[in-house]
Design a protein around this ligand. Structure first.
Ligand SMILES: [Zn+2]
Ligand SMILES: [Zn+2]
Length: 369
Protein backbone atom coordinates (compact mmCIF):
# COMPACT_ATOMS: atom_id res chain seq x y z
CA UNK A 1 0.00 0.00 0.00
CA UNK A 2 1.45 3.37 -1.02
CA UNK A 3 1.59 6.21 1.50
CA UNK A 4 -1.02 8.90 0.97
CA UNK A 5 -0.77 12.65 1.24
CA UNK A 6 -3.74 13.63 3.39
CA UNK A 7 -5.25 17.02 2.69
CA UNK A 8 -6.69 18.68 5.78
CA UNK A 9 -10.02 19.51 4.09
CA UNK A 10 -10.76 15.89 3.14
CA UNK A 11 -10.36 14.87 6.80
CA UNK A 12 -13.76 16.44 7.45
CA UNK A 13 -15.43 14.07 4.95
CA UNK A 14 -15.75 11.28 7.49
CA UNK A 15 -18.38 10.27 10.05
CA UNK A 16 -16.08 11.27 12.97
CA UNK A 17 -15.69 15.03 12.30
CA UNK A 18 -19.25 15.31 10.85
CA UNK A 19 -20.80 13.73 13.97
CA UNK A 20 -18.50 15.68 16.33
CA UNK A 21 -19.50 19.02 14.79
CA UNK A 22 -23.23 18.12 14.79
CA UNK A 23 -23.18 16.96 18.45
CA UNK A 24 -21.21 19.97 19.63
CA UNK A 25 -23.39 22.52 17.82
CA UNK A 26 -26.58 20.71 18.85
CA UNK A 27 -25.75 20.77 22.59
CA UNK A 28 -24.72 24.45 22.52
CA UNK A 29 -27.71 25.66 20.46
CA UNK A 30 -30.23 23.61 22.47
CA UNK A 31 -28.79 25.00 25.72
CA UNK A 32 -29.09 28.57 24.36
CA UNK A 33 -32.67 27.89 23.24
CA UNK A 34 -33.86 26.59 26.63
CA UNK A 35 -31.89 29.15 28.66
CA UNK A 36 -33.38 32.01 26.63
CA UNK A 37 -36.82 31.05 28.03
CA UNK A 38 -35.96 31.82 31.66
CA UNK A 39 -32.65 33.77 31.53
CA UNK A 40 -32.79 35.85 28.33
CA UNK A 41 -29.56 37.25 26.97
CA UNK A 42 -30.74 40.88 26.98
CA UNK A 43 -32.98 40.60 30.07
CA UNK A 44 -30.24 41.06 32.68
CA UNK A 45 -26.48 41.41 33.06
CA UNK A 46 -26.33 37.84 34.42
CA UNK A 47 -28.18 36.50 31.36
CA UNK A 48 -25.88 38.40 29.03
CA UNK A 49 -22.68 37.17 30.77
CA UNK A 50 -24.00 33.61 30.80
CA UNK A 51 -24.50 33.72 27.03
CA UNK A 52 -21.09 35.31 26.48
CA UNK A 53 -19.42 32.58 28.57
CA UNK A 54 -21.25 29.77 26.78
CA UNK A 55 -20.39 31.15 23.33
CA UNK A 56 -16.77 31.93 24.30
CA UNK A 57 -16.23 28.36 25.52
CA UNK A 58 -17.82 27.09 22.34
CA UNK A 59 -15.59 29.25 20.12
CA UNK A 60 -12.37 28.28 22.00
CA UNK A 61 -13.07 24.55 22.04
CA UNK A 62 -14.41 24.48 18.49
CA UNK A 63 -11.40 26.37 17.12
CA UNK A 64 -9.06 23.99 19.00
CA UNK A 65 -10.97 21.07 17.50
CA UNK A 66 -10.68 22.52 13.98
CA UNK A 67 -6.98 23.22 14.55
CA UNK A 68 -6.38 19.62 15.67
CA UNK A 69 -8.00 18.32 12.47
CA UNK A 70 -6.52 20.87 10.05
CA UNK A 71 -2.96 20.95 11.44
CA UNK A 72 -2.89 17.18 11.90
CA UNK A 73 -0.30 15.27 13.92
CA UNK A 74 2.73 16.08 11.76
CA UNK A 75 4.13 13.40 9.47
CA UNK A 76 7.73 12.27 9.10
CA UNK A 77 8.98 13.07 5.57
CA UNK A 78 8.84 10.05 3.25
CA UNK A 79 12.16 8.22 2.80
CA UNK A 80 13.52 9.85 5.96
CA UNK A 81 17.03 8.83 7.09
CA UNK A 82 19.01 9.78 10.18
CA UNK A 83 21.82 12.28 9.68
CA UNK A 84 24.54 9.70 10.40
CA UNK A 85 24.43 6.36 8.62
CA UNK A 86 25.63 4.45 11.72
CA UNK A 87 22.44 5.51 13.54
CA UNK A 88 20.30 3.48 11.12
CA UNK A 89 21.00 0.30 13.11
CA UNK A 90 19.06 1.72 16.08
CA UNK A 91 15.92 2.53 14.11
CA UNK A 92 13.04 0.58 12.63
CA UNK A 93 12.41 0.82 8.90
CA UNK A 94 8.95 1.58 7.50
CA UNK A 95 8.42 -0.30 4.25
CA UNK A 96 5.32 1.79 3.41
CA UNK A 97 6.95 5.23 3.84
CA UNK A 98 10.22 3.75 2.58
CA UNK A 99 12.24 5.40 5.33
CA UNK A 100 13.55 4.98 8.86
CA UNK A 101 11.31 5.75 11.81
CA UNK A 102 12.78 8.60 13.86
CA UNK A 103 12.57 8.29 17.68
CA UNK A 104 8.93 8.52 18.93
CA UNK A 105 7.60 8.03 15.39
CA UNK A 106 5.06 5.31 14.61
CA UNK A 107 3.36 4.30 11.41
CA UNK A 108 -0.42 4.79 11.50
CA UNK A 109 -2.27 2.30 9.33
CA UNK A 110 -5.31 4.59 9.13
CA UNK A 111 -3.37 7.71 8.03
CA UNK A 112 -0.97 5.41 6.16
CA UNK A 113 1.99 7.60 7.13
CA UNK A 114 4.68 7.69 9.80
CA UNK A 115 3.43 10.07 12.49
CA UNK A 116 5.65 12.28 14.68
CA UNK A 117 5.29 11.47 18.42
CA UNK A 118 2.15 9.50 17.69
CA UNK A 119 -0.26 9.19 20.60
CA UNK A 120 -3.28 7.51 18.96
CA UNK A 121 -5.44 7.63 15.87
CA UNK A 122 -8.63 9.49 16.76
CA UNK A 123 -11.69 8.62 14.60
CA UNK A 124 -13.44 11.79 15.89
CA UNK A 125 -10.67 13.87 14.27
CA UNK A 126 -10.21 11.42 11.39
CA UNK A 127 -6.48 11.77 11.87
CA UNK A 128 -3.85 10.99 14.48
CA UNK A 129 -3.12 12.89 17.66
CA UNK A 130 0.60 13.53 17.52
CA UNK A 131 3.39 16.05 17.87
CA UNK A 132 1.77 19.00 16.05
CA UNK A 133 -1.82 18.78 17.28
CA UNK A 134 -1.46 17.26 20.76
CA UNK A 135 -1.54 20.63 22.66
CA UNK A 136 -4.64 21.89 20.78
CA UNK A 137 -6.30 18.49 21.28
CA UNK A 138 -5.71 18.66 25.05
CA UNK A 139 -7.05 22.26 25.27
CA UNK A 140 -10.09 21.16 23.24
CA UNK A 141 -10.83 18.38 25.74
CA UNK A 142 -10.36 20.66 28.75
CA UNK A 143 -12.55 23.53 27.46
CA UNK A 144 -15.20 21.10 26.16
CA UNK A 145 -15.58 19.62 29.65
CA UNK A 146 -16.18 23.09 31.14
CA UNK A 147 -18.63 23.95 28.32
CA UNK A 148 -20.48 20.64 28.83
CA UNK A 149 -20.70 21.22 32.60
CA UNK A 150 -22.19 24.67 31.94
CA UNK A 151 -24.65 23.27 29.37
CA UNK A 152 -25.81 20.40 31.60
CA UNK A 153 -26.23 22.78 34.59
CA UNK A 154 -28.37 25.19 32.53
CA UNK A 155 -30.42 22.34 31.08
CA UNK A 156 -30.96 20.88 34.56
CA UNK A 157 -32.05 24.29 35.85
CA UNK A 158 -34.55 24.43 32.96
CA UNK A 159 -36.04 21.09 34.02
CA UNK A 160 -36.25 22.17 37.68
CA UNK A 161 -38.11 25.32 36.62
CA UNK A 162 -40.55 23.24 34.57
CA UNK A 163 -41.21 20.96 37.54
CA UNK A 164 -41.61 23.92 39.91
CA UNK A 165 -44.00 25.96 37.75
CA UNK A 166 -47.05 23.72 38.03
CA UNK A 167 -49.79 25.84 39.57
CA UNK A 168 -47.67 28.97 39.28
CA UNK A 169 -46.82 31.55 36.64
CA UNK A 170 -45.44 29.84 33.53
CA UNK A 171 -41.80 30.80 33.03
CA UNK A 172 -40.64 28.05 30.71
CA UNK A 173 -42.55 26.72 27.74
CA UNK A 174 -41.84 23.01 27.81
CA UNK A 175 -44.36 20.97 25.81
CA UNK A 176 -43.99 17.24 25.39
CA UNK A 177 -42.47 17.58 21.93
CA UNK A 178 -39.50 19.43 23.44
CA UNK A 179 -38.88 16.72 26.03
CA UNK A 180 -37.01 14.61 23.49
CA UNK A 181 -34.89 17.59 22.49
CA UNK A 182 -34.04 18.29 26.15
CA UNK A 183 -33.32 14.63 26.91
CA UNK A 184 -31.01 14.28 23.90
CA UNK A 185 -29.06 17.47 24.67
CA UNK A 186 -28.76 16.67 28.40
CA UNK A 187 -27.78 13.04 27.70
CA UNK A 188 -25.11 14.12 25.22
CA UNK A 189 -23.74 16.78 27.61
CA UNK A 190 -23.42 14.17 30.41
CA UNK A 191 -21.79 11.67 28.02
CA UNK A 192 -19.31 14.36 26.94
CA UNK A 193 -18.44 15.19 30.57
CA UNK A 194 -17.85 11.54 31.48
CA UNK A 195 -15.89 10.44 28.42
CA UNK A 196 -13.83 13.63 28.03
CA UNK A 197 -12.99 13.69 31.76
CA UNK A 198 -11.64 10.16 31.54
CA UNK A 199 -9.66 11.12 28.44
CA UNK A 200 -8.34 14.26 30.14
CA UNK A 201 -7.25 12.22 33.17
CA UNK A 202 -5.32 9.75 30.97
CA UNK A 203 -3.84 12.48 28.78
CA UNK A 204 -2.71 14.58 31.79
CA UNK A 205 -0.94 11.51 33.16
CA UNK A 206 0.93 11.16 29.87
CA UNK A 207 1.84 14.87 29.73
CA UNK A 208 3.29 14.72 33.25
CA UNK A 209 5.41 11.70 32.25
CA UNK A 210 6.23 13.15 28.79
CA UNK A 211 5.05 9.97 27.13
CA UNK A 212 2.36 8.96 24.69
CA UNK A 213 -0.27 6.25 24.72
CA UNK A 214 1.99 4.03 22.56
CA UNK A 215 5.15 4.77 24.58
CA UNK A 216 3.31 3.91 27.81
CA UNK A 217 2.53 0.54 26.24
CA UNK A 218 6.18 0.03 25.18
CA UNK A 219 7.44 0.96 28.67
CA UNK A 220 4.95 -1.52 30.20
CA UNK A 221 6.35 -4.29 27.99
CA UNK A 222 9.95 -3.22 28.79
CA UNK A 223 9.22 -3.54 32.53
CA UNK A 224 7.48 -6.90 32.17
CA UNK A 225 10.42 -8.19 30.05
CA UNK A 226 12.79 -7.33 32.89
CA UNK A 227 10.54 -8.96 35.48
CA UNK A 228 10.74 -12.18 33.49
CA UNK A 229 14.47 -11.93 32.77
CA UNK A 230 16.50 -10.42 35.63
CA UNK A 231 19.69 -10.51 33.51
CA UNK A 232 18.48 -7.76 31.19
CA UNK A 233 19.96 -4.30 31.81
CA UNK A 234 17.51 -1.89 33.49
CA UNK A 235 15.36 0.26 31.22
CA UNK A 236 14.93 3.96 31.98
CA UNK A 237 12.35 5.87 30.00
CA UNK A 238 14.56 8.58 28.41
CA UNK A 239 12.02 11.40 27.90
CA UNK A 240 10.87 11.85 31.50
CA UNK A 241 12.60 15.15 32.40
CA UNK A 242 10.63 15.92 35.58
CA UNK A 243 7.02 17.17 35.76
CA UNK A 244 7.69 20.87 35.05
CA UNK A 245 10.09 20.21 32.15
CA UNK A 246 7.68 17.59 30.78
CA UNK A 247 4.86 20.19 30.66
CA UNK A 248 7.22 22.68 28.98
CA UNK A 249 8.31 20.02 26.47
CA UNK A 250 4.68 19.20 25.69
CA UNK A 251 3.85 22.78 24.70
CA UNK A 252 7.21 23.63 23.12
CA UNK A 253 7.70 23.49 19.38
CA UNK A 254 10.59 21.42 18.08
CA UNK A 255 11.07 19.54 14.82
CA UNK A 256 9.35 16.41 16.19
CA UNK A 257 12.43 14.32 15.39
CA UNK A 258 15.09 15.34 17.93
CA UNK A 259 14.07 15.15 21.60
CA UNK A 260 15.78 16.08 24.85
CA UNK A 261 16.59 13.05 27.01
CA UNK A 262 17.30 12.75 30.72
CA UNK A 263 20.87 12.52 32.03
CA UNK A 264 22.47 9.13 31.47
CA UNK A 265 20.09 8.21 28.64
CA UNK A 266 20.75 8.12 24.92
CA UNK A 267 18.77 9.43 21.97
CA UNK A 268 18.00 5.89 20.80
CA UNK A 269 17.27 4.11 24.12
CA UNK A 270 13.58 3.74 23.33
CA UNK A 271 14.06 2.73 19.69
CA UNK A 272 16.61 0.05 20.73
CA UNK A 273 14.07 -1.33 23.22
CA UNK A 274 11.44 -1.27 20.45
CA UNK A 275 13.73 -3.23 18.12
CA UNK A 276 14.26 -5.87 20.83
CA UNK A 277 10.51 -6.11 21.47
CA UNK A 278 9.90 -6.45 17.75
CA UNK A 279 12.38 -9.34 17.55
CA UNK A 280 10.46 -11.15 20.31
CA UNK A 281 7.16 -10.49 18.53
CA UNK A 282 8.62 -11.86 15.29
CA UNK A 283 9.61 -15.06 17.09
CA UNK A 284 5.98 -15.50 18.24
CA UNK A 285 4.43 -15.22 14.83
CA UNK A 286 3.05 -18.34 13.26
CA UNK A 287 2.83 -18.90 9.49
CA UNK A 288 -0.54 -20.23 8.31
CA UNK A 289 -1.97 -21.09 4.92
CA UNK A 290 -5.33 -19.73 3.74
CA UNK A 291 -7.83 -22.53 3.02
CA UNK A 292 -11.03 -20.43 2.74
CA UNK A 293 -11.51 -17.12 0.98
CA UNK A 294 -12.50 -14.08 3.08
CA UNK A 295 -13.76 -10.81 1.55
CA UNK A 296 -12.85 -8.55 4.48
CA UNK A 297 -16.45 -8.01 5.73
CA UNK A 298 -16.96 -7.18 9.40
CA UNK A 299 -19.79 -9.73 9.75
CA UNK A 300 -18.88 -12.68 7.50
CA UNK A 301 -22.13 -14.69 7.81
CA UNK A 302 -20.70 -17.58 5.78
CA UNK A 303 -18.41 -18.45 8.74
CA UNK A 304 -21.32 -18.92 11.16
CA UNK A 305 -22.91 -17.08 14.07
CA UNK A 306 -20.05 -17.62 16.54
CA UNK A 307 -17.62 -15.75 14.26
CA UNK A 308 -20.14 -12.93 13.66
CA UNK A 309 -21.06 -12.58 17.33
CA UNK A 310 -17.47 -12.43 18.55
CA UNK A 311 -15.86 -10.01 16.13
CA UNK A 312 -12.86 -8.07 17.51
CA UNK A 313 -14.30 -4.74 18.72
CA UNK A 314 -11.49 -2.59 17.44
CA UNK A 315 -11.30 -0.23 14.46
CA UNK A 316 -8.29 -2.15 13.11
CA UNK A 317 -8.66 -3.26 9.50
CA UNK A 318 -10.04 -6.59 8.31
CA UNK A 319 -7.75 -8.39 5.86
CA UNK A 320 -9.27 -10.08 2.77
CA UNK A 321 -7.73 -13.48 2.06
CA UNK A 322 -7.35 -15.67 -1.01
CA UNK A 323 -6.91 -19.44 -0.92
CA UNK A 324 -3.26 -20.48 -0.94
CA UNK A 325 -1.84 -17.26 0.54
CA UNK A 326 0.53 -17.40 3.52
CA UNK A 327 -0.37 -15.31 6.55
CA UNK A 328 1.93 -14.56 9.49
CA UNK A 329 -0.37 -14.67 12.51
CA UNK A 330 0.62 -12.57 15.53
CA UNK A 331 -2.59 -12.45 17.62
CA UNK A 332 -4.98 -15.25 18.40
CA UNK A 333 -8.59 -15.17 19.57
CA UNK A 334 -11.16 -17.92 19.82
CA UNK A 335 -12.83 -17.12 16.47
CA UNK A 336 -10.56 -14.47 14.94
CA UNK A 337 -6.87 -13.99 14.22
CA UNK A 338 -4.68 -11.00 13.44
CA UNK A 339 -1.74 -11.15 11.10
CA UNK A 340 -0.11 -9.87 7.97
CA UNK A 341 0.76 -11.05 4.49
CA UNK A 342 3.74 -9.77 2.53
CA UNK A 343 3.98 -8.89 -1.13
CA UNK A 344 7.01 -9.25 -3.39
CA UNK A 345 7.57 -5.44 -3.43
CA UNK A 346 8.19 -5.49 0.33
CA UNK A 347 4.81 -4.07 1.40
CA UNK A 348 2.57 -5.72 3.94
CA UNK A 349 -1.18 -5.93 4.40
CA UNK A 350 -2.41 -6.60 7.93
CA UNK A 351 -5.66 -7.04 9.73
CA UNK A 352 -8.17 -9.38 11.37
CA UNK A 353 -9.74 -12.39 9.67
CA UNK A 354 -11.92 -15.36 10.78
CA UNK A 355 -10.00 -18.25 12.28
CA UNK A 356 -11.61 -20.94 10.05
CA UNK A 357 -9.94 -19.28 7.02
CA UNK A 358 -6.48 -20.59 7.84
CA UNK A 359 -4.70 -23.80 8.60
CA UNK A 360 -1.49 -24.09 10.58
CA UNK A 361 1.51 -25.01 8.42
CA UNK A 362 3.14 -28.22 9.69
CA UNK A 363 6.40 -27.38 11.51
CA UNK A 364 8.47 -29.40 9.02
CA UNK A 365 7.49 -26.96 6.25
CA UNK A 366 7.77 -23.70 8.22
CA UNK A 367 11.39 -23.06 7.47
CA UNK A 368 10.59 -22.93 3.74
CA UNK A 369 8.07 -20.06 4.19
ZN1 LIG B 1 5.40 4.75 7.69
ZN1 LIG C 1 -3.67 8.07 12.08
Amino acid sequence: MRPVRQSSSTRFLHWGPILSIIIYKFVTLTTLYFTEMWWPCFGSLGGFLNNVLLLTLFVISFSCYLKSVIVGPGFLPLKWKPEFEEDQQYLQFCTICNGYKAPRVHHCHKCNRCVLKMDHHCPWLNTCVGHANHPSFLIFIFVSIIASIQSSTLLLRTLLLVLAQYGHRVLVYFPLKLTLLWLTAFGLAICLILTLSLLLFIQTKYVLKNCTNIEDWIVGKAISRREQDRNLPPFIYPYNLGKLNNIKAFFSKNDGIHWAVRDGCGEYDLTIEQLEQKLIKESWKQPMVVIKEYNGRWFPLMFGLCVCCQIPWTDETRMPLNVGEIVQVTRFRKYWMYGHKSYSNGTRLRGWFPKPCVYSIPSALKKDK
